[in-house]
Design a protein around this ligand. Structure first.
Ligand SMILES: [Zn+2]
Length: 264
């Protein structure tokens, strides 16, 4: 699943817009028992815990202005496909086209997502891995017997065609193979940011807040949020003056921080 963030208008305009592209769906396995699914997943990593590493905040509103990339269950049992909160989300960063303030921009945006979800992120370090739309969630040759860390790439439209025109970023999670709906969870993903475009945004008045909002929006997709039709939310598909998560965004993020653990 890949989701894009689009900038509209001439340089200097503050409108930013997102669009969504279908991407890597998790593999649905047709045979085998529930228990056998472990054979299709890498070992539980040493930094996993028996309990969630963090906690989302208490429910702060009854807003329904949020949407998930994928849900499972029916009726009152419906819940989002989410990340395992008992293990950190590992990131590697390709800074080939990073703006000068790329690192602190990422740090602030990630801190906002952690605050809203309780999900913990760990930056493993730099990588030269190039962005790819068919990036596998498991790449043993490159990363060993684990889920691939999320690839955060400061890149440009020549490397990532989805960033052509006014698109400022594309992002989305990848799911683990599963037999049953309850086994579905996000285990890897990609965040591709248009470095040259974000450099221009950073030079504008209030550019920091605008650029950070773009990165926050992309990380919202990474943890499982879909676009919403309400411009009052940061997950709206076009930019507004909003530079922080809205009430609906926060309720969606809170639910995404309350996923199942797969560490047992
Ligand atoms: Zn978007």
């Amino acid at each position: 699943m890949i989701v894009a963030f689009v900038l509209v208008g001439a340089v200097g305009a503050v409108n930013v817009r997102s669009s969504i592209l279908g991407g890597a769906e998790a593999t649905s396995l047709s045979k085998g028992s529930d228990r056998d699914i472990r054979a299709h997943w890498p070992p539980v990593p040493p930094d996993a815990s028996a309990n969630p590493l963090g906690a989302p905040p208490a429910q702060a509103s009854s807003s329904t202005e949020f949407s998930f990339i994928k849900t499972v269950g029916d009726g009152a049992d419906t819940h989002p496909v989410a990340w395992d909160p008992c293990r950190p989300i590992h990131l590697v960063i390709n800074d080939a086209r990073a703006p000068e303030q790329g690192d602190p921009l990422l740090q602030e945006a990630i801190a906002q997502v952690t605050e809203a979800t309780g999900l913990q992120f760990v930056v493993d370090g730099p990588t030269t891995e190039a962005p790819a739309t068919d990036r596998p969630p498991r790449d043993t040759a490159r990363y060993g017997d684990r889920w691939s860390p999320v690839l955060v790439a400061w890149t440009d439209p020549s490397a990532v065609p989805h960033l052509k025109g006014s698109v400022a970023g594309v992002a989305g999670p990848d799911g683990a193979p599963f037999y049953t709906a309850e086994q579905r969870h996000w285990v890897s993903g990609s965040v591709n940011l248009d470095g040259p475009q974000l450099s221009l945004i950073l030079q504008r008045p209030a550019g920091w807040e605008t650029a950070r909002a773009i990165v926050m929006h992309e990380f919202g997709h990474l943890v499982g949020l879909q676009h919403v039709p309400q411009p009052s939310q940061l997950m709206y598909a076009s930019s507004t003056n909003r530079t922080d998560f809205g009430r609906g965004d926060r309720e969606g993020l809170r639910q995404l921080g309350d996923g199942h653990c797969f560490t047992g």
